[in-house]
Design a protein around this ligand. Sequence first.
Ligand code: NAP
Length: 301
Amino acid sequence: MTPICLVGIGKIAVDQHVPAINASPDWELAATVSRAGTVDGVQAFTDFDQMLAETDIPVISLCLPPVPRYAYAAKAIAAGRHVMLEKPPGATLAEVHALADMAQTAGVTLFTTWHSRMAAGVAPAKAWLADKKITGAHINWKEDVRRWHPGQAWVFEPGGMGVFDPGSNALSIITEILPMPIHLQSAELLFPANCDTPIAAQMQWTENVIGDFDWLQEGPQSWDITVETSEGTLALHDGGARLVTGGTEASAGADREYPALYDRMAALVQSGGSEVDVTPMIHVADALTLGKRITVDAFHF
Ligand code: NAP
């Protein structure tokens, strides 16, 4: 088993990374770095430089929010460590490109993970759409920020991406399954009066693709993508976990998103490769560049 260090012991590290690593035959959770969080029985550092200086753990998985992540990734690569990045892989496109260049020069693996692409319905959806004529698609991504990000102020600060934090999951799926590229034509972004990031967005792309993103949906949550083709409709529900084609449940499977990411990281490290894909982030950046900004009521957790 390869030793791995997990950095940023917060919500997603505890919910997904720790269980996925512990259940994997490839990885041994050898250390954590976090100012407040720890994992029982695992060597805990509060200082990243100290961990790099005092251990030779070859692989670092960064679960921090996007803004602080670049500095950690750059230091890890400079120290010759392989790096796995939570999504979205950075606060800006340029910093992810810079990390990719650094990793290539250093000869280490860099993996920009997009966990929703590992959802059970995504690969079969991509295969089903591969030879179809697409006539349109609709993303309906509506959840309750208070339920999923309680008190996480960073999501509304610069670089936190607001509704595009979960929305980038939808963008990672649509850019994976469509057999052709799309680009944004217009967007409306709703910014709470006291926030630096949007809380809702409507987007319109080429090829008749539209998206509705909302972070104030109470009650049932919606993580759905529908694709219209000349041979019928494909629908992904529950964030990609369930696939329905032509009105019939086509496939579903156990949630293996994070275990699959760690399987992929193990394969990349073994082969000496990297996987860097910023496509979902391009659509977020385009929305923030092109979108009409509308100010709405202030938001409070
Ligand atoms: P979080 O719990 O708010 O933050 C993770 C940890 O990062 C914190 O516990 C904190 O640990 C550390 N951290 C926060 N701000 C920092 C800073 N400025 N400098 C250094 N360390 C800092 O966030 P999260 O929900 O786990 O999300 C982290 C990433 O995972 C995001 O990119 C998010 O999009 C992604 N993600 C989240 C979810 C989810 O359901 N929440 C799902 C999938 C992916 P210490 O204070 O102990 O250092």
